[in-house]
Design a protein around this ligand. Structure first.
Ligand code: HAM
Length: 419
């Protein structure tokens, strides 16, 4: 019996993988401009790391993690996000002793057992950034500008940045108590999940997508009203630093995010064309988290972009250069052997070249060249070889030129230069 991929797990096939390569390469280049270095962490970690980082009373930890006992009986989890692992590695390798400010990016798969739908998978990929070591609003502004820079370089239009402050351990408890009291007055207005959240983690109620919960939230108190003077100053400074850059920003006092580690600045970028799962990226500050995990008392801020969602937003008219620049259509073993050398020589000089390895008719070779959208097709059969010339067809205008074999490679290189 044929076995299909697991539900919510997706193959990235040729045609789409070029889009992925474009996104990853674009992000890597921009990260370099902002002083970021790559970090690669394992996909599997101790379950406790995620429970302690993301928060035991979050949807991710409560119901979405791929957790199992390994062969030694230890509870391990496929990472549902990258921040926890990056912080664990930061602490384990004492990275703060190498650089007081560490800027780290990573790209890779994450796993969450959610209900699959458009833009929501069980294995998905993130481009993740973490900046560790500064609590200054300049860092918040820089990381938000970096995120928008990357998304704009992807060519994403119609994006919206929502910004909020979640306060700090000094001011959040009074806010949490106020909303808990507010929600408890109207328990019948909430879904069963939220009725439970009101007791365990009232902030999470803001995240609920159920319509009747959303209606209750409309009138609820908001976090910025409860922020202490330091948090207010911080939030204003971030807004002031972002102001000159004409970002599509909107202050959203109800934005909470689905992970518990955030404090102060939090943000999410959404895109209208994504439908229900409209968040293409999200992030925020998490001062205090490193210390909670047993590391130095250093602040941090970061974001993650969902790669699958970014791919969905790429313009259909964008051209992805994948095919060869030149295709060699040959007839006879002699011509094929010559073509084999030309193809290799061109490839080594940086020009994408292709040929047909099987003995096939010219017609079928042209069909393949057409499919590959090669701008040039070199035709070499025994007749051409005898005359020491090859016919080069320029596919764009269907014209043909006779080129001496001794000049063939140079001819192609010249045309590639003016492509
Ligand atoms: P997050 O909001 O959970 O944040 O995820 C970031 C992005 O990953 C989302 O905006 C979305 O584009 C994508 N994403 C999340 N879940 C799925 C899914 N099931 N299928 C497809 N895409 C998905 C974080 O993960 C934080 N660790 C971000 C961060 C880094 N905060 C600070 N540093």
């Amino acid at each position: 019996m044929f076995l299909q991929a697991l539900k919510g797990f997706k193959d990235v096939l040729p045609g789409e993988s070029e889009k992925w390569a474009f996104l990853e390469q674009t992000a890597r280049k921009i990260f370099q401009n902002y002083g970021y270095s790559e970090i690669k962490t394992p996909i599997l970690e101790k379950t406790e790391l995620f429970a302690r980082t993301i928060g035991a009373a979050t949807d991710i930890v409560e119901k979405e993690m791929y957790t199992f006992a390994d062969r030694s009986g230890d509870s391990v989890t496929l990472r549902p996000e990258a921040t926890a692992s990056v912080l664990r590695a930061f602490i384990e390798h004492h990275l703060h002793t190498l650089q007081p400010l560490q800027k780290l990016f990573s790209i890779g798969p994450m796993f969450r057992h959610e209900r699959p739908q458009k833009g929501r998978l069980r294995q998905f990929h993130q481009i993740n950034a973490e900046c560790l070591g500064s609590s200054n609003p300049y860092t918040d502004a820089e990381i938000i500008l970096l995120l928008i820079h990357i998304l704009k370089a992807f060519g994403l239009a119609d994006i919206r940045l929502r910004l909020n402050s979640l306060g700090c351990p000094a001011c959040r408890p009074s806010f949490a108590a106020a909303i808990q009291a507010f929600f408890e007055k109207r328990p019948e207005g909430f879904c069963p999940d939220c009725r439970r959240r009101i007791k365990t983690n009232p902030l999470r109620v803001f995240d609920c997508k159920v319509e009747r919960c959303q209606e209750q939230i409309l009138e609820a108190p908001t976090i910025p009203d409860f922020c202490c003077p330091d948090c207010r100053r911080h939030y204003h400074a971030v807004q002031e630093l972002l102001a000159p850059w004409d970002l599509p920003v909107q202050l959203d006092p109800k934005l909470v995010r689905g992970l518990d580690y955030y404090c102060r600045t939090t943000f999410e970028v959404s895109a209208v064309h994504l439908g229900a799962q409209d968040a293409v990226a999200g992030g925020g500050r998490y001062d205090g988290l490193l210390k909670t995990l047993g590391g130095p008392d250093l602040p941090g801020i970061g974001f993650a972009i969902g790669l699958e969602r970014a791919v969905l937003l790429l313009g259909e008219d964008q051209q992805w250069e994948t095919g060869p620049f030149v295709f060699f259509a040959t007839l006879g073993e002699d011509a094929r052997r010559r073509a084999f050398h030309w193809v290799q020589s061109l490839r080594e000089q940086g020009i994408p070249a292709e040929m047909e390895p099987e003995e096939k008719s010219l017609k079928s070779q042209f069909r393949r060249a057409d499919k590959l959208r090669a701008p040039l097709v070199v035709i070499a059969g025994s007749e051409e070889l005898e005359k020491s010339r090859a016919a080069v067809r320029i596919m764009e205008n269907k014209t043909q030129e006779e080129v001496p074999l001794s000049e063939l490679v140079d001819f192609i290189i010249r045309r590639y230069g003016i492509k």
